[in-house]
Structures are given as structure tokens and as C-alpha cells.
Write a protein that binds this ligand. Structure first.
Ligand code: PRP
Length: 177
């Protein structure tokens, strides 16, 4: 059990929904000629975001998932990212949108996009709901970002603290008490 904490509101459900509408418009424009967009959710944190995002997209889509986990090896900058669950479908020659909940050090996004590129998609773009640029260890940026946030411990809308709070409908900030 984590130490006792409270959660302060950081980004409301309403603000998230409004931002997703805007982002969806841009994504629709970018992929307007697609025959079918493969929307790839990076488990587990992206499951809420991808659910709301695909329902706003109004494009032919299919949904697939990938699970990665990262390990520190003592040297932060050479953090190893391991694939725990791979895609079900092939993406060669396909339009692909990779969906992340948060970009922190950037290792996960960098590793996963490099992996997907080896499979020769026609076009690969990325979206992250949250970005903490001050934490970056490798040079990577999602094509679209929902909100840039400071280096705070956040939970909710898919993001956990010790596997808790993923089901909060908003993004909150953890405050230890
Ligand atoms: C979190 C988050 C991102 C990644 C970002 O996943 O969902 O995938 O870390 O961190 P990075 O930019 O430093 O690589 P986590 O490993 O906590 O798994 P989860 O999504 O299952 O909660």
C-alpha cells in the first residue's frame, strides 16, 4: 500500500473531452484519405484515452494493443524497454496511430515507434494525452500532445499509482498527507 495521499484536480473531464475533440479534428484531417487507420493503444495506461479518442475520430479504424515495460539498468539513458504483448495484426503498408497516455523520460515512445517503423507502416503518427517535457532523457516528441504538464505525480484517466486510480474520470495530482 502506498503512503496515504489525496488527489487534487489537475485537468477536468470536461477539459479532456474538449481537447480530444480538437485533436480528433487534426487527426481526421491528417488521415482523411486512409482506407482504414490502425489505432494502437499502449497498455495499460492508454485504455481510457483510446476509448474516447476512437469514438471522436469518425474515420474507418481498427484497434490493436501493445504492452511494453521499461526497466532501469542503473544508467537512466540506456533504459531497456521490453515488449510484453505484441500487436495482433500486421501494420506493413498501413496507416498507424500510436496512442500513449503520458510521455515522461521518452524511452517507451522512442523504443516503440522505432519497433513499429521496422514493420514498414505506410505512415506512423503518435499521440500522447500528457507530456512532461522537463523529464525527458531521450529526444522524442509525439505528433500530437493533449496537455504539457509540470513534473507532478499524476493519476486518473487510465494512469495509475500502484495500480490504483486508473478509473478516475479526470487527471489528478497526488499529494501525500
Ligand atoms: C507509463 C506510461 C507510458 C510510460 C511513459 O507506463 O503509460 O507508457 O510509462 O514513461 P517513459 O516516457 O519514461 O518511458 P507504465 O510502465 O507505468 O505502465 P502502464 O501503462 O501499464 O501503467
Amino acid at each position: 500500500m502506498p503512503d496515504p495521499y489525496e488527489i487534487d484536480l489537475m485537468i477536468s473531464a470536461k477539459s479532456i473531452a474538449a481537447r480530444i475533440e480538437d485533436l480528433s479534428r487534426e487527426i481526421r484531417e491528417t488521415f482523411k484519405d486512409t482506407d482504414k487507420l490502425v489505432v494502437v493503444g499502449l497498455l495499460r495506461g492508454s485504455f481510457v484515452f483510446i476509448a474516447d479518442l476512437v469514438r471522436e475520430l469518425d474515420l474507418p479504424v481498427e484497434v490493436d494493443f501493445l504492452e511494453a515495460s521499461s526497466y532501469g539498468d542503473g544508467m537512466e539513458s540506456s533504459r531497456e524497454v521490453r515488449i510484453l504483448k505484441d500487436l495482433r495484426g500486421a501494420i506493413e503498408g498501413r496507416d498507424v496511430l500510436l496512442v500513449e497516455d503520458i510521455v515522461d523520460t521518452g524511452h517507451t515512445l522512442k523504443h516503440v515507434t522505432a519497433l513499429l517503423e521496422t514493420r514498414k507502416p505506410k505512415r506512423l503518427e503518435t499521440i500522447a494525452l500528457l507530456d512532461k517535457p522537463s523529464r525527458r532523457e531521450v529526444d522524442v516528441k509525439a505528433t500530437w500532445t493533449g496537455f504539457e504538464i509540470p513534473d507532478e505525480f499524476v493519476v486518473g484517466y487510465g494512469i495509475d499509482f500502484a495500480q490504483r486510480d486508473r478509473n478516475l474520470p479526470y487527471i489528478g495530482k497526488v499529494r501525500f498527507i
